[in-house]
Every structure is written in C-alpha cells, then in structure tokens.
Design a protein around this ligand. Structure first.
Ligand SMILES: Cc1cc2nc3c(=O)[nH]c(=O)nc-3n(C[C@H](O)[C@H](O)[C@H](O)COP(=O)(O)OP(=O)(O)OC[C@H]3O[C@@H](n4cnc5c(N)ncnc54)[C@H](O)[C@@H]3O)c2cc1C
Length: 384
C-alpha cells in the first residue's frame, strides 16, 4: 500500500486529537464506565474524520478504504480500547451498508448527521440466542401497511445507551436464512424500544454495551437499506470492513504496549541489571515486535486487495484472526515483565490484556475466522 501526503495528514490530525483530547480524559471515562460520545464525535466530525470513505454528497471525503485503515491504526494510540471501538462502530461497522446501498433520502436523514458527528450510530446484529451464527437471528420485522413492525432483542450493542439510530439486521420473511433478512435503520427514540442497563464487562470499560428490546416497534419501510432479503449479504460485506478495521486498530496498540514495557523493563533492576537486559526479556519483546509487523503487513496487503475491488473475505478473516491472537499473546507477555505492576488495574499492559481479549470474540470469533479460511481453502468438511 502506498501512503500519500493525505494519509499522513489524517494520521497527524487524528494523533493530535488523541493526544490532546482523548488520552488526558481516558482514565476518567474508564472509571465512569462511559464516555461522552456526542462530544467526542462532534469534534471528530468537525475535523472531517467520521466520513473519510463516505460519499462527498453526504459530507464525506470520498476517499478509498486505505484511509479508514490509517485512521483505525492511528486510533491504536488511544490509551484504551473502548473509545476506538465506539468510533469504529460509527465509521466502519454501522454505516458502510447505509453509505453503499441506502437511498439518497435515507443517507441524507441518517448518514449525513453520523458523518458530521451530530448523531451516534450503533449496529444491531447479535442477539441473546445468536452471535456467531448470524443466520440464526430471531428478531423479526413484519410488513404492516407502509411500515415494518419489529419484535425481538439485540444483545451486546456498543454505544447502546447513547445511540440515536441503529443499523438493525432483522428477518423480513420466512424464507431461507441467508435470503430472508434486511438491514433497517431504526431511530432509537421510536416507541417500543427499551434499552437495558449497561452490561458489566472485564474490559472496554468506557464503552456502553447493552441489551435492547423491540416490542412492536414501527418504522416506515423506506428506512430499509437497499433491497429486502439482501440484509445478510450486505452485512457480510459490512463485516469485511469491520474485520479490516479491527486488524488495523490492533497494530499500534500492540506496538505501544511492547514499547512501554521495554521502557519500564529498562529502568527496573533485578539481579544486578535491568530487567530488559535479561535475554529472555529482550528476545521475547523482539519476537513480539516481529509478529506485530507481520500483522501490519498482512493488514496492508488485505487493504490493498480491498481497495483494488477484490473480495477480501479470506484476507480480512486472516488479518482479524492474527490480530485477535496477538491481542492475547502480546499483553500477556508484556504484563509478565511489569511484575506486580502489571497486575494492577490501570497498568497499560493490563488494560490491553482486558480490552484486547474482546478481539477474539466480537465481530466474528477466532473460530468463525478459521471456518471462513478453511472454507476458502477447500478443507472445511461439508455439513451433514
Ligand atoms: C463488548 C462487546 C461489544 C459488542 N458489540 C457488538 C455490537 O455493537 N453489535 C453487535 O451486533 N454485536 C456486538 N457484540 C457481539 C459479538 O459480535 C458476539 O459476542 C460474537 O459474535 C460472538 O457471539 P456470542 O457471544 O453469541 O457467542 P456464541 O455464538 O455463543 O459463541 C461462543 C463461542 O463458541 C465458539 N464457536 C462459535 N462458532 C464456532 C464454530 N463455528 N466453530 C467452533 N467454535 C465456534 C467460539 O469460541 C465462540 O466464542 C459485542 C460483544 C461484546 C462482548
């Protein structure tokens, strides 16, 4: 992938925003288990960072996906995973299908405010009874006159307490599971929606994750994104961007964790020399840095294919899998070299250890990624 002056400008602008407006407040937001999404998104929108790859007609910059990857990578400099995740939901998880397949009227009403940072978006795919197996969702949107009437529940929804609208995946007919779904934009103040209290988690503390119920929720059919019955296919496409984003977002967070650990280990003395001078320590950190650069290379390769218009289902799955694996391995190894300090709550390695654990579960678990890769390799056993 070739980076231009414009890529560097995105990096610089976002990095300054993170250093000046996010990192000084991260500890306060983590302790409060909430961050002011509207305020942060408003500032990002004013900087033009919420619509890099979105159409110019709706306030975006119309750039290719490499810019999203640069943004996700730079967000890795935030001192927690929760804020990047919330931003990623807004830019690369809840809005790609709307931007690509939504009608102009729908994009004016919902995409433009999301790009401007005036509206917070969330994505509703997972349910209490179906996460990995997206085809098995139960939430239904039944036609009634010119409306859909929605009943069901969505679980684990990021930005749930603050969202203005949801990109909802629901069954709109009884047909085969891959052909009976639609994506629908649902304003969160519609009567019949109830948002449960925040789910307590082991990490991503500043992120509001919730369970949302739909009881006879009525929205006009014109709020459907694209064609009825194409929702599963649109969501699979949307997942490609989510997975590339997740891989890119891991890179700098991992590299920083290794760097901070090296700095600490250099200062800390044990057995007459610095902890870093013990070969097992500096060799391990060198090995992990090599792994992180391999992830960077894989992510850039996948992004290059995507920008060239190829199907990157397999590449994006590999990159996401590798990111998930490294987000378990790197903070675990680093935490060890901080000793007791690594076992404290606010330590950077311990925060990445908790926040990063999500990557192997959400947006497609490691096993789901392995299934996709094995299928593309032609080695996945046929279902009986
Ligand atoms: C903090 C957080 C934020 C989230 N944000 C959102 C959001 O904004 N919107 C949204 O829609 N969802 C969100 N999710 C949900 C997330 O995408 C799901 O948790 C994930 O897809 C896994 O689904 P599940 O939890 O139902 O696990 P299950 O589907 O019950 O799977 C449990 C485990 O079974 C194993 N497994 C599953 N399938 C296979 C297989 N084929 N082969 C072998 N093993 C398998 C895996 O180890 C998996 O972890 C979020 C989750 C969390 C925890």
């Amino acid at each position: 992938m070739q980076f231009t002056h414009e890529h560097e400008q995105v990096r610089r602008t976002l990095r300054r925003f993170i250093d000046e407006e996010i990192n000084p407040r991260v500890d306060e937001w983590e302790a409060a288990e909430m961050f002011p999404a509207r305020e942060v998104f408003g500032r990002l929108g004013a900087l033009g960072l919420l619509g890099l790859t979105k159409p110019e007609a709706f306030g975006g910059a119309g750039l290719d996906y490499s810019y999203s990857v640069v943004m996700a990578e730079t967000l890795g400099h935030a001192n927690c995973g929760a804020i990047p995740m919330a931003i990623g939901v807004q830019t690369d998880m809840a809005t790609p299908a709307l931007a690509r397949f939504g009608s102009d009227a729908l994009r004016r009403e919902f995409l433009a405010p999301a790009i401007a940072g005036e509206a917070v978006a969330c994505i509703g795919v997972s349910e209490p009874g179906a996460g990995s197996d997206v085809a098995a969702i139960r939430t239904a949107a039944r036609r009634d006159g010119g409306d859909y009437v929605i009943d069901g529940s969505k679980m684990w929804i990021t930005n749930s307490l603050q969202a203005d609208w949801m990109c909802l995946l629901a069954n709109t007919s009884d047909g085969p599971a891959h052909r009976n779904k639609s994506l629908i934009v649902v304003p969160m103040d519609t009567p019949g929606i109830s948002v449960g209290s925040k789910i307590r988690k082991i990490g991503m503390m500043a992120s509001d994750t919730g369970l949302i119920h739909f009881d006879g929720v009525r929205v006009p059919q014109r709020y459907r994104i694209g064609e009825e019955g194409e929702g599963f296919a649109y969501q699979m496409l949307q997942f490609q961007e989510e997975r590339l984003w997740a891989a890119a977002n891991a890179i700098e967070a991992l590299a920083n964790c290794i760097g901070q650990t090296a700095e600490y280990a250099r200062e800390r003395q044990a057995f007459g020399r610095s902890v870093l001078d013990h070969q097992v320590v500096h060799f391990r950190l060198a090995e992990l840095k090599t792994e992180v650069e391999a992830l960077r290379a894989l992510t850039y390769l996948a992004t290059g294919h995507y920008v060239a218009g190829r199907d990157v289902t397999e590449w994006a799955s590999m990159a996401k899998l590798k990111a998930g694996r490294l987000l378990r391995e790197v903070p675990d190894a680093c935490l060890q070299f901080w000793g007791g300090m690594g076992y404290t709550w606010d330590n950077p390695a311990s925060r990445l250890y908790r926040d990063g654990r999500l990557a192997s579960i959400a947006g497609g678990a490691d096993e789901v990624m392995l299934g996709i890769i094995a299928k593309r390799m032609g080695i996945l056993p046929a279902r009986r």
